[in-house]
Ligand binder design. Sequence first.
Ligand code: NDP
Ligand code: OXD
Length: 308
Amino acid sequence: MALLFKSSWDRADWWRAELLKRIPDLDFRVWPEVGDEAAIDYALVWKPKPGDLARYRNLKAVFSLGAGVDHLFADPTLPKVPICRLVDRALTRGMAEHVLTHVLRFHRNLPGYERQQRAFEWKGLPIKLPEERTVGVMGLGELGGAAAATLADFGFGVRGWSRTPKTIDGVESYAGGGALDAFLSKCEILVCLLPLTRATEGILNRNLFAKLPRAACLINAARGGHLLEEDLIPALDTGQLGGAALDVFRVEPLPRGHPYWTHPRILITPHVASVTDPRSSADLVADNIRRIDAGEAPLYAVDPAKGY
Ligand code: NDP
Ligand code: OXD
């Protein structure tokens, strides 16, 4: 069986080594050395160009090299085969770590101390206990659910928002559009871990910011498309938002002249909140290949109607 690998970000040699350990007879092909297109059974891809996948007419499934599948559904010619996302304990742990790091940074007011240091100022800033701080997580799936649980274990007051209600120890669940305002009303730190779909595109906008407590901080580790870019700086400059930690952007890498680079209240990381590691992620891809070959349904196939 043949698998086509295409990504300008992930390491083909690492994936080849990890997948061949699990399926020694796998014919692992790296784009553009595709060979006979009709022989390709599986595609393992990150951000293929629209139209790229339609040429492989015997595809049995498409595997995303990430948890998100928005990069695949952006293609109107996407083959009608199972589209599987990555779910992996290392990816989940990495995201929980990213979220905890940034929540603690805002919670302990490190941005304030960085500003004071530049002004040679020696002054303690107000401090709160974690249980006096409310953190809200938008999206309580594999990643958001684990991040929320980690924050709750740490002692924060945690609430989460998802499409359907959730039961997670220490996390107050808010579900559906009707509960969004109530959810937002107490979030001093807001974490976005939603998938990018038609329903969530641009959800982080000035109307939403206005519903947060004043000086709330934003952590966006989901997708750049969730944020209405032009609404962020005005919200920071008026003090409605106190700070933003952004890992994802509409255009990546973030263009050199973009105002986010130099804004004093924005911290940028280059889409590294949690990075796919083939040493663990190859388990699911190999498992799914075996399942499909045995006529079974693959794991973590997304619902095209929902888009995630
Ligand atoms: P999941 O599909 O497991 O979870 C998605 C969550 O969002 C679910 O709780 C779902 O609700 C909720 N949701 C979806 N649509 C809506 C909506 N319209 N209103 C309210 N809630 C909604 O995804 P993951 O947790 O695995 O991943 C989340 C995203 O994180 C990925 O799509 C990707 O964009 C991003 N990501 C970013 C990385 C980075 O390094 N920056 C790394 C990996 C992922 P319900 O449970 O009710 O269905
Ligand atoms: C992902 C990502 O979706 O890396 O996994 O953004």
